[in-house]
Design a protein around this ligand. Structure first.
Ligand code: ATP
Ligand code: MG
Length: 450
């Protein structure tokens, strides 16, 4: 049983009759239009699978109809009907994207064959599209094969359903945002909005109105009522990024919202209710922030219902290879390159490196290597210098003791700085030396500070 709809656009009633008889006999559903204008209208209404289009028509010429179909329905397959002597026009139409043509008068078997082929092709194209989308969605997947990541993912799976507030922690670039989105995707709210707010980028007043919205006239410049992100996230997920940077007065309002499921627009008089799941992320240690009095303890307790911590990349070296190959694949596609593999030297170097910028740094490293590569593999010389493991050089026999110690100092301090993301105060603490002394060493040894 064919249940595809075929639209015939032809001004000749005999041809319409003949074609529709043939097609209906073979269980196709047929729609008829006697001119281009009606035809285009029917495409909108009937959403046909295939169009048979006459080229020579009064009012709107078939070529014009074809152009409009191409413009408004680029995926629709069109077969041209050509009278004797108009073959050139048919060829021109095919250049414009028509799939095939049928000469008039039409032979019944020929019609059916061409129609069948065209519909098969349509099916294949749709299937391709589906496959492509499936691949795309896999490409946005979370890579994590190490046991450390599996633990986190397992926990994320378990909390995804439901409305529990989730606090995602981890160093910069470890994938906090990606994980938060993944939790939303795995939840029963996935078809509702995932609304993000970065709590660092806006001033306090702007952040408040961004979150909760404002009424008209609430402050100078508030010419119109504006809905806040909290409202936009209704039935979905609200993702508050860099929550550690939120100022105390907004922290208080957020706490109220989390406890009551209720908020007020800035300048608003009545509380409003929404159904929102909240996920927050931070690379700060909130326990410390609470101790230092920068973050409200009650809010911290309210947020810390489920705490997922993404381990730094150097603690899950098992993920380096799968991630590197995943990024290789995606940059090949984006940059249209065909770099097939990463050689073992380069992989070793990546495994030994401590990745202060975590996955984001790995991603950038692979992107750079793919750009630079002119061959089929990524070799260690395509990796940035800081990855090269210089420690072997210190052990080279023949160096004087003083020279070796200087080299060691240089490397050790460089490593520590990379580890702390070039935060010199933190580095000095780790090295247990005075900040001023570290500064002097940096100058004397000519150490890069980023
Ligand atoms: N497990 C993963 N698999 C694939 N890609 C990942 C993974 N984790 C992170 N990424 C990629 O690494 C980059 C950084 O991730 P993301 O922005 O989520 O980190 P973040 O922890 O939010 O960083 P920041 O603290 O700087 O905001 C993104 O491009 C992200 O797609
Ligand atoms: Mg982030």
């Amino acid at each position: 049983m064919n249940n595809e709809t075929i639209l015939i656009i032809d001004d000749d009633p005999q041809i319409r009759m003949l074609l529709s008889d043939r097609l209906e006999m073979n269980d196709y559903i047929v729609a008829l239009a006697e001119n281009g204008v009606i035809g285009l209208d029917m495409i909108q209404k009937e959403n046909p699978d295939l169009v048979l289009l006459d080229l020579m028509m009064p009012e709107m010429d078939g070529m014009e109809v074809l152009n409009r179909i191409n413009r408004d329905h680029p995926d629709l397959t069109v077969i041209i009907l050509t009278a004797f002597g108009t073959i050139e026009k048919a060829i021109e139409a095919m250049k414009l994207g028509a799939y095939d043509f049928l000469p008039k008068p039409c032979k019944p078997d020929h019609i059916l064959l061409v129609v069948k082929k065209a519909l098969e092709r349509k099916g294949l194209r749709e299937q391709n599209q589906f496959l492509r989308e499936e691949i795309e969605s896999q490409y946005n997947m979370f890579i994590g094969e190490s046991s450390e990541m599996k633990k986190v993912m397992d926990m994320a799976h378990r909390v995804a359903l439901g409305k529990t507030t989730v606090l995602v922690g981890g160093e910069s670039g470890t994938g906090k945002q990606l994980l938060s989105r993944a939790i939303h995707t795995m939840s029963d709210r996935s078809d509702k909005p995932f609304v993000q707010v970065n709590c660092t980028t806006l001033s306090e007043q702007l952040l408040e109105s961004d979150l909760f919205g404002h009424e008209r006239g609430a402050f100078t410049g508030a010419h119109q009522m504006k809905k806040g992100r909290v409202e936009m996230a209704h039935r979905g997920t609200l993702f508050l990024d860099e929550i550690g940077d939120m100022t105390p007065s907004i922290q208080a309002k957020l706490l109220h919202f989390l406890e009551q499921n209720e908020f007020e627009r800035v300048g608003g008089m009545r509380p409003m209710k929404v159904d929102v799941r909240v996920i927050v992320a931070t690379n700060k240690n909130l326990t410390n922030e609470v101790k230092e009095g920068k973050f409200r303890q009650d809010l911290f307790f309210r947020l810390n219902v489920v705490n997922l911590v993404l381990p730094p990349l150097r603690m899950r070296t098992g993920d380096i290879k799968p991630l590197a190959f995943y990024f290789l694949d995606s940059f090949n596609r984006i940059l249209q390159k065909k770099v097939k593999t990463i050689n073992s030297d380069a992989l070793d170097m990546m495994k030994k490196y401590h990745w202060p910028g975590n996955i984001r740094e790995l991603e950038n490293t692979i992107e750079r290597a793919v750009v630079l590569s002119s061959g089929e593999e990524i070799t260690s010389d395509l990796l940035p210098l800081q990855l090269s493991n210089e420690s072997d050089e210190i052990l080279k026999v023949g160096l004087h003791m003083d020279e070796a110690i200087l080299k060691f100092k240089h490397q050790f301090i460089t490593r520590t700085l990379q580890f702390t993301n070039y935060n010199q105060t933190k580095a000095a603490k780790l090295l247990d030396i005075q900040r001023t002394y570290l500064n002097r060493l940096i100058r004397e040894l000519d150490i890069k500070t980023k």
